[in-house]
Design a binder for this molecule. Structure first.
Ligand SMILES: NC(=O)c1ccc[n+]([C@@H]2O[C@H](COP(=O)([O-])OP(=O)(O)OC[C@H]3O[C@@H](n4cnc5c(N)ncnc54)[C@H](O)[C@@H]3O)[C@@H](O)[C@H]2O)c1
Ligand SMILES: O=C(O)C[C@H](O)C(=O)O
Length: 342
């Protein structure tokens, strides 16, 4: 409990730091953030965290059911943003209109024994429908795709936007922040370094071996043995499955994902507001490898992606991992693209 109070205090302090830096409420631009799937396991805590974000002026919570209750609940929190709940397809347009950032955690989660690709048949259709509405009602919004399989849902979104004539590769992001969050936590535990100081890029995609943490670039540096790096890599790749199994049929990561989603959306908002040097890993259209989409460090700016950063030097183990992941990642990307032409 006391740590919760500490977090709230930190948040209040950071808001006043923001004011001191001249980002006071007059200076901070109005920003509308929409969460699609807001009544779900991720959606609800994500709605809470976005309500705590002082960069948000309007928070739009959309789902096919149960959003009025979530919106009423979150709206009583005494922070900057005005909260509105929208329920059902007929309200989707209103939910989206004027959005600067749209976060999509809509769709079904895994149960034990399933891969993320097993979600494709249901989630591909959900994502396609939502992206058609985004193209119509807020074509300039930054889209943060959380729904799995991210390796396919991002290419689906790109194709939907291309068909609608609104595609801008700078504005479409697969959210892979949870992989980074996990890599940082696991590395800090093994290397015995303060977790808050850890940085680890995670590249590739967001499923199994396509998740490639680059522990050779981790900071603070630690002298870990090859076997320890391999075990950390495997644990990061299997992090989602670890949670799915622990939840034993009651879904996948929701709380850690909401945290990761809130960090990434905050980075997008900071970029839009012109804060310099905002860098996060994300699955984006890319020329870093021969694959059309790839996760790597991305510099965020006023138009979304400002620069897709390269991979940097890789260890032999990471080079091997990179070559191994390419066929699976390409197949998932192509599956997404083909789906939109059915
Ligand atoms: N990118 C990541 O790192 C990451 C991490 C965790 C989970 N996920 C994925 O996020 C998705 C959601 O997970 P969850 O645990 O919140 O699931 P959930 O079932 O708890 O919630 C999903 C919500 O989506 C809503 N929904 C379904 N169809 C919709 C539509 N057409 N429009 C709007 N809302 C709709 C449901 O009503 C529900 O409230 C899953 O696909 C899961 O695999 C991704
Ligand atoms: O593992 C899952 O199915 C959910 C998510 O992709 C995760 O990494 O936790």
């Amino acid at each position: 409990m006391s740590s919760l109070f500490r977090s709230i205090k930190t948040l209040k302090n950071s808001s006043s730091t923001l004011l001191r830096r001249g980002y006071g409420s007059e200076a901070v631009p109005d920003r509308k953030v929409a969460v699609l799937g807001a009544a779900g396991g991720i959606g609800q805590p994500l709605a809470l965290l976005m309500k705590l974000n002082p960069l948000v002026s309007s928070l739009s919570l959309y789902d096919i059911a149960n959003t009025p209750g979530v919106a009423a609940d979150v709206s009583h929190i005494n922070t900057r943003s005005e909260v509105k709940g929208y329920v059902g397809e007929e309200e989707l347009g209103k939910a989206l209109e004027g959005s600067d950032v749209v976060i999509i955690p809509a769709g079904v989660p895994r149960k034990p024994g399933m891969t993320r690709d097993d979600l494709f048949n249901i989630n591909a259709g959900i994502v396609k429908g939502l992206c058609e509405a985004i193209a119509k009602y807020c074509p300039n919004a930054l889209v943060n795709m959380i729904s799995n399989p991210v390796n396919s849902t991002v290419p689906i979104a790109a194709e939907v936007f291309k068909k609608a004539g609104t595609y801008d590769e700078k504005r479409l992001f697969g959210v892979t922040t949870l992989d980074v969050v996990r890599a940082k936590t696991f590395y800090a535990g093994k290397a015995k370094v303060p977790v808050a100081e850890v940085n680890v890029p995670v590249v590739g995609g967001h499923a199994g071996i396509t998740i490639l943490p680059l522990f050779s670039q981790a900071t603070p540096k630690a002298n870990l043995a090859d076997e320890e790096i391999q075990a950390l890599t495997k644990r990061t790749q299997d992090g989602g499955t670890e949670v799915v199994e622990a939840k034993a049929g009651k879904g996948s990561a929701t709380l850690s994902m909401a945290y990761a989603g809130a960090i990434f959306a905050d980075a997008c908002l900071k970029g839009l507001n012109g804060v310099p040097d905002v860098v996060e890993c994300s699955f984006v259209q890319s020329t870093v490898t021969e694959l059309p989409f790839f996760a790597s460090k991305v510099r965020l700016g006023k138009n979304g992606v400002e620069e897709v950063l390269g991979l940097g030097p890789l260890s032999d183990y990471e080079k091997e991992g990179l070559e191994k992941l390419k066929p699976e990642l390409l197949a998932s990307i192509e599956k997404g693209i083909k789906f939109t032409y059915k």
